[in-house]
Design a binder for this molecule. Sequence first.
Ligand code: R7I
Ligand code: MG
Ligand code: MG
Length: 322
Amino acid sequence: MVANSVPESHEDRCIGSFLGTACGDILGAGVEGQSADTIRNRHGEVREFLDTFRGVGCYTDDTEMTLALATSLVERGTADAEDTSLKYAEFYEPRRGYGATAHRVMGALQNGADYRKTGRIEFPNGSFGNGGAMRIAPVGLAYRHASDEMLHQAVEAALLCTHIHPEAIDGAFTQAKAIAILATSDPNGFDRRQFLETLLGHSTVFVVQRKLEILLEQSDEGVSDDEVIYTVGNGIRASEAVAASLWAFLRYGDKPEECLIRAVNFGGDTDTIGAMVGAQLGSLYGSAWIPSRWYTQIENRRHGRDFMIDLAKTLARLDIGG
Ligand code: R7I
Ligand code: MG
Ligand code: MG
């Protein structure tokens, strides 16, 4: 593993981002919903893919929706709200563990519902879940040179059918901006604190901003991960999972494999925190840091590892708004 080498190419960053998403998602899927204490008691520390009812190496909705979104981006050359909704519905497999509302939306879309209305199917103001943030990395990669306004519009389009709540959109925009910055930065000497300050400056929703501020306040002190995660949360709300993922990156981002392991061991929405950190790490470092013991276990059926790599190579050709 060459942890801090400069990635070979933007293509390698796209591959690393997709494989990182899958690895974090799969690593976290075995302990999703467990607290850090429960994980410690049952597993000591989770470093390997665990067997779940889906089987070892099977990813969840986080990776599935990421691949659906990326497919739409490469086919349309832009983030198109209608086409993304069709792709989410096409890729949807109920066994992947979707959120309850997202599950309903997918069913409705498959039955021809209007993608402009499904975002309110359960909650009048939309879901504040992290399902937008968990899947948004391909938008950050494709729009890495675009203006903030253009990136924001692309995020909103990619989320429209499932997430119209301001917290969900701001959480997803924060992750998309993070990916865009990482994909265009040299990993050597990368200033992670400055990176977080930049993201804070781009957030417009208080609950997200406040959590990023807390991360910055805690970063110089000898606080434990448990204390920080207790304060910002690690749950299904967009602001919580985004903050937890950025805490992992802030504190451990110089050692990518270890960083992903720490992120998953924070507990809570572990597959989602893992997926988002994996996307961040891959966008900065490329794919060389991903250990072969994980790589070889990533499922390789339809929409599996080979598909991800091919899709990443095609996505790498997009430079929308650049
Ligand atoms: O956001 P979403 O796609 O969920 C992603 C999560 C990740 O952890 C995945 O790994 C997967 O496990 O699911 O799915 P949604 O169904 O939109 O949101 C998830 C849940 O958040 C909902 O089922 C609700 O329980 C909760 N939730 C809300 N609860 C009360 N009020 C979302 N919005 C609200 C709300 O406004
Ligand atoms: Mg999941
Ligand atoms: Mg999850």
